[in-house]
Design a protein around this ligand. Structure first.
Ligand code: ATP
Ligand code: MG
Length: 415
């Protein structure tokens, strides 16, 4: 099957030109380049995807160097892995030398040697991700589909390539569920059976790799679907006994999406996923997922703030009281609590902090206070806080108001 015409229609002009240039350069070097992975799958499905992944029979780094010479692209090469990234102005292109893999033991990273396109496709997760399109001039556009991925796409099936696939790499359990839910596909019967059998193999996967696949899921339009499904399959429980994917999670994830800028959304999902955890349960999960320091802080803050929410569930709190209660928490933790709390009053208070109070600044700064006779150090700190509280509570508005307040404060001890 030849897809040359489909590629022309599918790719934007600038990517099409790039693909053709690379194709020519590969031929000049006596190499063969192929488009692989998600883009091939999505092209056949008719979904947009412009993540260009190329596999090269030959030497991907050499090809990338050639391509970088004749364009504005920035080259990032990993000689050891035979991979390269070309960074153009507003997109990137990944190139990898075709490789052959062997697994020393389940869950370990595989040993890698150079190989053919077929070798490179057989190491992939599912048939629908194991297709390639040739970019070689003599058969440009030809679909390479050794595992009948196109047929599985048409029948809406997720199928592993060999029975040992989930034992080799149990992250494929998470990946499979992600695709199942994204495309509303089904697991082929044997794949479904092996997936359930191999859930315990998740124990062999490092924290970083599990976390990475959860982040992959959190990039989905509706990650709660995959989370619920992983819960029902017992995969979440296997990763950490406290993890659940229930209706509460689904409702809160949906709320999170309506609120937040996309960049922080995956982190927010993490905070919500663990909202019902105890302190000990959290610490166990953070270790299991080898969670980075910044996100760990936000997650711990989420629970700490949850425990303090009763302090905020009162009428007539002054803005300054709200501010000084909340300023020590990560904004992400405050956001998570605003979504998770069942108290409308607490939610409003947290939102007021996030949207207004945290940005309130005094007009006068330290330099100006010095000119008014305040000495740097603890005294200055105190004066600044008094000013800031007054500003938050609307007791001062203008720079002149602030000056007057400072003078009244600083004159007092001399009286
Ligand atoms: P998505 O649309 O989710 O990004 P993708 O197919 O591009 O889908 P990536 O995670 O970007 O997925 O991975 C790129 C390709 O690498 C996949 O299509 C798949 O062929 C292969 N791959 C990724 N992870 C694995 C894995 N754990 N085992 C085998 N193959 C994998
Ligand atoms: Mg991808």
């Amino acid at each position: 099957m030849n897809l040359a015409r489909q590629i022309e229609q599918y790719l934007p002009q600038h990517l099409l030109k790039l693909v053709k240039d690379i194709s020519g350069q590969a031929a000049n070097l006596g190499q063969r380049a192929y488009l692989v992975g998600g883009l091939v799958r999505d092209l056949l499905l008719g979904y947009p995807n412009f993540d260009l992944d190329l596999v090269v029979e030959g030497d991907a780094v050499k090809l990338a160097q050639k391509a970088a010479e004749t364009s504005q692209a920035k080259l990032l090469a990993h000689h050891r892995f035979g991979t390269a990234k070309l960074r153009y102005e507003n997109f990137t292109l990944d190139l990898a030398t075709a490789r052959k893999e062997t697994y020393a033991r389940p869950g370990a990273l595989p040993a890698v040697t150079p190989g053919t396109l077929k070798d490179d496709l057989v190491r992939r997760d599912f048939s629908i991700n194991a297709m390639a399109i040739s970019l070689a001039p003599n058969d440009y556009g030809e679909l390479v589909d050794p595992y009948q991925g196109k047929n599985d796409l048409e029948h809406h099936l997720i199928r592993i390539l060999h029975p040992g696939s989930f034992t080799d790499d149990a992250t494929r359990i998470l990946r499979g569920v992600c695709y199942e839910q994204r495309f509303d596909f089904e697991f082929e019967a044997q794949t479904a059976r092996l997936l359930k059998r191999d859930i315990p193999m998740l124990d062999t996967i490092s924290g970083d790799r599990i976390r990475h696949e959860l982040e992959h899921i959190f990039e989905e339009d509706r990650p709660e679907l995959a989370i619920e499904r992983l819960g029902a399959l017992g995969a979440l429980h296997r990763i950490n006994p406290s993890l659940k994917g229930d209706g509460w999670i689904a409702e809160k994830f949906d709320k999170a999406r309506r609120l937040k800028k996309p960049s922080q959304l995956p982190s927010l999902y993490f905070c919500l996923l663990v909202y019902s955890f105890s302190k000990n349960e959290i610490e166990q999960l953070l270790v299991r997922l080898n969670m980075p320091a910044k996100l760990s802080r936000a997650i711990r803050d989420t629970l700490r703030l949850k425990a303090s929410l009763p302090l905020l569930d009162k009428p007539l709190l002054k803005p300054s009281e709200i501010y000084y209660l909340l300023r020590e928490y990560e904004p992400l933790a405050i956001q998570a609590n605003a979504i998770a709390t069942e108290s409308p009053r607490v939610r409003r208070t947290l939102q007021v902090f996030l949207t207004k109070l945290r940005y309130v600044r005094t007009a006068l700064n330290g330099e100006e206070l010095k000119k008014l006779g305040i000495s740097p150090g603890p005294q200055m700190g105190k004066v600044l806080e008094v000013l800031h509280r007054a500003k938050l509570d609307g007791e001062v508005r203008t720079r002149a108001d602030e000056k007057q307040l400072v003078l009244s404060l600083s004159l007092r001890p001399e009286r």
